[in-house]
Each structure stands twice: as C-alpha cells, then as structure tokens.
Design a protein around this ligand. Structure first.
Ligand code: 8YV
Length: 314
C-alpha cells in the first residue's frame, strides 16, 4: 500500500474529524510537529497536504520535512503560528477558517464587556457565599450601554462586534489602516482612538506586524476609566504595560481571552480582581468548532480534488 498523502497534526481529533479526513483520503495522525521526525523518509515524501489544529509553530524547518508539501490547512482564522512567507517561498498554500467563528468571538467580546462592567463574576460569588442572604449590599457597578468604545482592527470580526455594540447604543469609534464605509468614527492614530473612548476592544490580526501594537502609550491614553478587551492575540498588547496599568489603577479593568504565554499566563493577572480572564475560548462552542473543522476539511478535500482552495491566505 502506498503511503498517505495527508498528515493531520493535532493533539486531539473528534470522531467526526477523524471520519471526515478518512472520507477524503487515508492520513497519518501526529500529535505534534515534532512527531514528524519518526516518519520514514518515504512516508514524508508522500505527503502533499497537512492539516494543523492548535498552536504549534509551523516554520520553514517543519515544512522542509515534507518535500512535496503543497497545502497547509489551519484550524483557526488566525495563522500567526504559521510562517506564511516561508510557505510562499516553498510554493505552499496556507488556508484558514474565516467567518464561521465571527459570531462566537463577538459574543464572547460582549460577554466579557458585560462581565467587567456589571461585575458578573463577583455577583455570582456574592450570592454563593451567602453575603446577599445576610442583607449585605454588593458595591454598585458600571453602566455599559451608551458608553464610548473603540475597536482596533475593523476586519470581519471587528465589524460583527460593532454590530452588537450598536444594539447597546454605544458611541462606536475605530482604528484600522484606512477608513471604511461604516457609520463609526475613524481615527487614523490608535493613541488618539484610545484617548477618545472608555472601552478599547482589540480585534487585530496576530503576528509580527501587530506585536505590541497596544503599547504603553495607548494604554496611558485610555486612562483611568478605560477597560481593555482583547480577543485577538496576546502578542498585540504590551502585556507588561497592561499589567502595570491594572496594578496601579491607571486603567479600570480588562477582559482577556488571549495572553502572551498561553496557557501558562503571567501570574500577575491572577491577583487582579477587576479583570475577567478566559482560556482562549472565543470560538469554543460545539457548533463553531464543528464548522471550523468542516471548513478545514473542505480545503483539504479541494486540494485532493485539484479544485481551488476555499480560503487561501497566500
Ligand atoms: C482557536 C483562534 O481557538 O481562530 C483563531 O484564530 O484563535 C481560535 O478560534 C484556535 O485557532 C484553535 O487553534
């Protein structure tokens, strides 16, 4: 029997995913990129497509293990862990899973904003601890509807977030490379955006070009009433500056789904009460993870059927 042409790199695969890949073509399942070194030279040479799930780095070295690799299909809209320039240089097309997760990421954005504003986590603890039953009143919290919000990065996800914020009558501002045809206030300068709003929602792409984009200066401009919400990548924020500002009360709070060193995040976050922490779960609903897997496999199926890939990024 000839060697499989597909390698699937994923720490776990659901029955649906396994059956879905199997229906396309026989495949080799690896838990991590490093496991590729255990394959024979012949097995590696047979591989023309790779599906990757979760955030192990895929650089030129990993690609070079598979000399006939033509397609890398990522599970996720963000592909900053894949060296796309290295892929392009080798004639490899990278695909991602856009759009199918926009609703979930936007929902979690609003959930974190409301959780911070209305101190939902504290409220739950207040009830469970019996403090409410004793008649003790919880401290008042903060109104979110009608407040000003700035979205950094008005791409597909940013726009879906903006739609939801509109339903909360928020005064919506945004910063992106160029103004868009939207009824929100544009700021060419991200510091100027931060100065103009109380809520700052980061919806940037990850990767080198946005590293530390939310700098100390941006955080300072947001000010003492400001709240940072990050659903993009931890790398987009100067995390040290964010922690300093939170610890010193120079901003009011944060809702964070992403961090620099996931999942072993900086322990300074754990001591901050005005911060809502989430385990990078923006797209983590049963329905959306199914849709992401389906789109990833549709790209793999297109590769083997020699049809155009559905969502190439290079
Ligand atoms: C996933 C994400 O958790 O799509 C993305 O870019 O960050 C999340 O939806 C992640 O990609 C899973 O690998």
């Amino acid at each position: 029997m000839s060697n499989p042409e597909l390698v699937v790199v994923a720490p776990d695969l659901s029955d649906r995913e396994r059956a879905g890949f199997e229906a396309i073509t026989p495949f080799v399942h690896l838990n991590s990129q490093e496991d590729a070194v255990n394959l024979s030279a012949q097995a590696r040479a047979a591989v023309t497509a790779m599906a990757v799930k979760f955030h192990g780095a895929v650089g030129g070295d990993q690609m070079d293990r598979f000399e006939n690799l033509k397609t890398i299909a990522n599970f996720g809209v963000g592909y900053d862990q894949i060296d796309v320039a290295a892929a392009t240089a080798r004639g490899i097309t990278v695909t991602n899973t856009p759009d199918v997760l926009n609703d979930d990421v936007a929902d979690l954005t609003l959930a974190m904003m409301l959780a911070v504003a209305r101190t939902i986590v504290d409220g739950d603890a207040w009830v469970r601890s019996g403090r409410w039953a004793t008649g003790e009143a919880m401290p008042l919290n903060r109104k979110m509807s009608g407040a000003s919000v700035g979205i950094v990065g008005l791409g597909r996800i940013g726009q879906v977030i903006a739609n939801r914020l509109g339903a909360f009558d928020m005064d919506i501002h945004y910063h992106s490379r160029s103004p868009k045809d939207v009824p929100y206030t544009y700021h060419a300068d991200v510091v100027d955006l931060a100065r103009s709003v109380d809520w700052l929602v980061i919806a940037l792409v990850g990767g080198k070009e946005t590293e530390g984009y939310i700098s100390r200066e941006v955080i300072d401009a947001l000010g003492a009433e400001g709240v940072v919400i990050n659903i993009s990548r931890g790398s987009t924020v100067d995390e040290g500056a964010l922690l300093d500002a939170l610890e010193q009360g120079r901003i009011a709070g944060a809702g964070l789904d992403v961090f620099l060193n996931e999942p072993r995040i900086d322990p300074r976050f754990l001591a901050l009460n005005q911060v809502v922490l989430q385990p990078h779960q923006g797209s983590a609903t049963v329905q959306t993870r199914v849709a992401m897997g389906d789109l990833q496999r549709d790209n793999i199926a297109a590769h083997f059927a020699q049809r155009p890939l559905l969502s190439p990024v290079n």
